[in-house]
Design a protein around this ligand. Structure first.
Ligand code: WTA
Length: 656
């Protein structure tokens, strides 16, 4: 790839190529930080890669283990195992430890969209999670069983994860924005025995009727024996006799105590489905010990957590960010975790700033797409609030454009809070490339330098190193504790997707370059994964949904740059014989995708065409479609195209 141009999904990031601003860690912040100088970071980083066993053993010793490990790391590549023979429980490390040492500290500070506030202390959380766990047991859920969780952002959602972890049930959280069909696929793929849900959840002033969607899905999920329902909205729902129970009824009739299961470090903790390059989402499996250590340590050093923090990560627990940085990472560090149920612009555009001011949030972690929305809404919404409690900011999910970074720095951080741009993935479990805020100077748009123990490289497809300053593939060359261990039910796909593209290395699917200071600049995906408002979607998933419609013959979906969402979804569709293209059909198909997958996958543009551009071997040339969707032109190489007329026609239709 050296010398060639790297083809990534993000063509709107050219501004980072001209970015030269550098922001050293604010002295006041560095003075109090866990790691307060570049020299300290460099020394620790050196140790972490030269003596990984000693480094990670040291990190792991901050957690409570029921039985020690006999070996820190065994094996490599897709077969790496961490903390071999160690016994641990993540619920114990998130809850029990703090219930003993700081019982009165608020563990979860929750605000509902309508405005209610709940404060749950570590002691209360301890009791409630144990009861929740006993309810699961009473329903017959055992260690190793898979449990689907389909809930809104309520404290009970966090408790649901912790209750599963406590008894060793493997949770599979499905984002509340996914539709029934997506729920069916995910529940069946891992044969979940129970579903934890709630009647509904409030979002932008209306109710998302979660239980009704579960009911629809469960007509096709034979493995599910019971449904436990948390009552949130009190709207009327159907309760199926013999299958559905109310959580509030059940917790009263179980014991208050539930001891933690001793989990092997390599026992699965959870499955989380994410999009890949085929139509079928991958159920990535995270195990217990290494994931615990990875999320603990990254939270401690990158969010610089300490006892008195009120920490707010705005991600939904339905995504990996919510797993690692709403629940497991911050709770292992024993801080107060803020959770908010609803939309950032309800009832008005100032909701987030109001929450930060009222609850004196100290660490705030959100997505670039949200920042771009704040900018669009205007500064008047933020100016009336005192954000003086904030000391550190973070971003995640997609590359941040320097303009959004600067606004975040000035308007939210008031030029005194460092910004941690955190690059990582569902697969990596924990933050990978990100500044240690008291040690590493930041540059707007760069995720900066690797976390401890992480060895990223920029290489060609053949695995050859790419010189600094040039784009290439981002790979990780050494194992790290929190990496996913497999794809549920498909270990072969795991090896193929991540360890065979570039031999011997973990392939991220992202393009990146490294500058002369060793800073990494992420350039977007190099595969068929797109990133819409920080939500990861597979173009093939959307294509499969489209072709499942009776009127559609073929579909190709690509991402195109979008100022607000990072990327927007552009679909090209050919119709079955006998159907006519029309505006009505366009709306019908967009709606169909929303119904099949969820509103987040609804195509922004949908164009009808007579044929799709293909290579002589029949592969759709997405690169051309991407160009066309982005610029309305095709200038790239078309020599492998089977039928040249197709592109000309597509362009004509575009102009029509
Ligand atoms: C992208 C979300 C640039 C990237 C944690 C990655 C980013 C994919 C960043 C993973 C960032 C995430 N800068 N790109 N700071 N963070 N990405 O699995 O393309 O939902 O491969 O994990 O998001 O998305 P996922």
């Amino acid at each position: 790839m050296a010398g060639q141009t790297l083809v990534t999904q993000n063509t709107n990031l050219s501004s980072t190529l001209r970015e030269h601003r550098v922001f050293p860690p604010p002295a006041e912040f560095a003075a109090k930080a866990h790691i307060g100088s570049l020299a300290e970071y460099e020394a620790l980083y050196k140790k972490s890669v030269e003596e990984p066993d000693a480094f990670w053993a040291d990190a792991a010793s901050n957690l409570e283990w029921f039985a020690p490990w006999s070996q820190v790391l065994d094996g490599s590549g897709p077969h790496a195992k961490w903390f071999v023979d160690g016994k641990i429980n993540l619920c114990h490390n998130c809850v029990d430890r703090h219930a003993l040492s700081t019982p009165e500290k608020v563990a979860i500070l929750w605000e509902g969209e309508p405005g209610e506030v709940r404060k749950i202390t570590y002691a209360e959380l301890h009791e409630q999670v144990q009861r929740f766990a006993n309810v699961l047991k009473a329903q017959g859920v055992k260690k190793g069983d898979r449990v689907a969780i389909y809930m809104g952002m309520s404290p009970e959602l966090a408790m649901a994860l912790l209750a599963c972890a406590r008894i060793g049930a493997v949770h599979s959280v499905i984002f509340g924005g996914f539709a029934a069909h997506a729920l069916v696929d995910r529940i069946n793929d891992s044969s979940c025995v129970a579903v934890l849900t709630q009647d509904g959840s409030f979002r932008r002033g209306s109710e998302i009727k979660l239980k009704a969607i579960v009911d629809e899905a469960l007509t096709k999920c034979p493995s599910v024996k019971s449904v436990i329902v948390y009552q949130r909205t009190k709207s009327s729902i159907n309760m199926q006799e013999g299958r559905d129970i109310w959580l509030h009824d059940a917790v009263g009739s179980v014991a208050a105590e539930c001891p933690c299961e001793w989990m092997d470090a390599e026992d699965p903790l959870y499955i989380l489905y994410t999009s890949g390059t085929t139509g079928k989402p991958k159920g990535l499996v995270h195990t217990t010990g290494g994931y615990a250590v990875g999320t603990y340590l990254t939270s401690k050093y990158v969010f610089d957590l300490r006892g008195d923090d009120v920490y707010w990560c705005t991600a939904d627990i339905g995504w990996v960010t919510g797993h690692s940085y709403v629940v497991y990472g911050p709770m292992q560090n024993g801080v107060t975790v803020l959770m908010y149920e609803g939309a950032p612009n309800f009832p008005e555009n100032d909701r987030f700033w109001k929450i930060i001011d009222e609850h004196k949030v100290t660490v705030f972690y959100t997505a670039p797409t949200a920042i771009r929305a704040f900018i669009k809404w205007g500064n008047e919404w933020i100016e009336k609030y005192d954000l003086g409690s904030l000391r550190l900011l973070g971003t995640v999910g997609e590359p941040i454009n320097p303009e959004a970074w600067m606004w975040y720095h000035r308007m939210v951080g008031k030029e005194r809070c460092p910004i941690a741009d955190t690059w990582w993935q569902t697969e990596t479990g924990a933050l990978m490339i990100t500044p240690i805020p008291g040690a590493i100077a930041t540059k707007p748009g760069s995720a900066t330098r690797p976390f401890f123990g992480i060895v990223p490289e920029i290489v060609t497809k053949e695995g050859e190193p790419v010189p600094d300053g040039q784009g290439g593939l981002l790979v990780i060359s050494k194992p790290w504790p929190s990496m996913a261990r497999t794809i549920y039910g498909d270990p072969k796909r795991y090896e193929e997707a991540y360890f065979s593209e570039v031999p011997g290395k973990y392939f991220t699917g992202d393009g990146a370059r490294r500058d002369q200071d060793g800073y990494f600049w992420l350039m977007g995906r190099v595969d068929d994964v797109i990133n819409v408002s920080g939500h990861r979607l597979g173009t093939m998933e959307i294509e499969s949904a489209l072709v499942a419609h009776t009127k559609v013959a073929e579909a190709a979906v690509v991402g195109r740059p979008d100022e607000m969402k990072g990327q927007a979804i552009a679909a090209f569709v050919t119709l079955e014989h006998g159907y006519e293209a029309s505006d009505e059909l366009r709306q019908e198909l967009r709606q169909w995708v929303a119904k099949e997958i969820g509103a987040l996958a609804r195509p922004d543009d949908l164009r009808f065409t007579d044929a799709l551009p293909k290579t002589r071997s029949g592969k759709i040339m997405r690169r051309l479609l991407r160009e066309l969707a982005t610029t309305g032109e095709v200038k790239g190489d078309t020599t492998t195209l089977e039928d040249f007329a197709v592109v000309a026609k597509l362009r004509e239709q575009d102009e029509a």
